[in-house]
Design a protein around this ligand. Sequence first.
Ligand code: SF4
Ligand code: MG
Length: 321
Amino acid sequence: TTPILEARDLFCTFQVRQGMFQPKRPLHAVNGVSLSIEKGGVLGLVGESGCGKSTVARMLLGLQEPTSGTLAIDGQPLEEIGRKQLAKRVQPIFQDPYSSLNPRKTIGNIITLPLYIHSIGDKADWRRKVEDIMDLCGLPKRAYDMYPSQLSGGQRQRVAIARALVMRPEIVICDEPTSALDVSVQAQILNLLLDLQKELGLTYVLISHNLAVVELIATKVAVMYLGRIVEEAEGQAFFAKQRHPYSEALLASVLTPQAGLGVPDAQLGTTFPNPIDPPPGCVFHPRCVHAGAVCKTTAPKTIRDGRGLVECHLYDDAVTV
Ligand code: SF4
Ligand code: MG
C-alpha cells in the first residue's frame, strides 16, 4: 500500500551569518531525511530542540520549501497539490493554545475561520460543522460565544484541536500538543487525540521531546539528531529497546527529574553541538559514551533492516568501533 505520507531525501538548508562581519554559511537544518507513515498511524518524531523536527513539520505543512528532496501525500507530490488542497488534507496543532488563539474573537469565530479562509462548503453549514467538531472535541455548546480568556488551558487546547479538525484533514501535525499544559490536563488531551483519531480515521505526526507522550500514542518512532534520523522503529520495539546510543540517552533522560522539559541529563551533557559547525565523523561522537576512534573520522552508514533504521557504526558489521 502507498503510505499516506512519504518524504524522500529531504534537505532544508539555510544560509546564516554568525556575526555581523562573518560570511554566510550553510546550516543544514534537515540533512537528508526519509520517512513514511501508513494511514491511521502515529509517527513520533523526537529529539532535542534544534534537531530539525520542527523544520520537517513546516515542510509537511507546506510552510517551508525543501531545498531538495520530495514529499508526497498518498503518492501525490506536495507541489502538485496546491495550497488550498493541502490545507484541507494536512493541518497543524501547535503547542501553545494561549498565543495561538485570537483573544478578541469568540470560540465560534476562531473555529469557523479556517472554513471561511479556504471557502469550504456552504456558508449555511458552517455553524453545524463547527458545533459538530466542538462536540467531538468535548467543548460545551455555550463555549461558542465565549472568548479564549474565559476558558481553561485544557479547553483552549480543545479549541485549537477543533480549529484544526473542522477542515476534516487526513493528516494532523501535532507539535508538542500538550507541553504547555498541566500534567493532569495532558492526559485528557492525549486521550482526546486518540479518540479523535479512531473516530475520524486520522494519521498523526507527533513532534515531541516528551518521550512519555510519544510512548503512549506513537505506532512508529523516528529519532532525529542534527538534521538526520538516526533511529527508526515500531513504537513498541523502540521503547522495549533502543539501538542508537542517542536514543538510549534520550530514554535515560526521561527518568531524571527534568523529565519532559527537554533538559539533557548527565549522560548527554549540555553540549548540543553548533549545527553550523557539526563535529566530523559521527556528529554524535562528542556526546556518545560508546564512541571509538572510527567515530571521530567517519560518518556511519544508514542501516535499514527488518526493525527499521539505525545510523551507528556499532550496527555495521564492516566497522570495528
Ligand atoms: Fe556513538 Fe560511534 Fe555510534 Fe556515533 S557511530 S553513535 S559515536 S558509537
Ligand atoms: Mg521545535
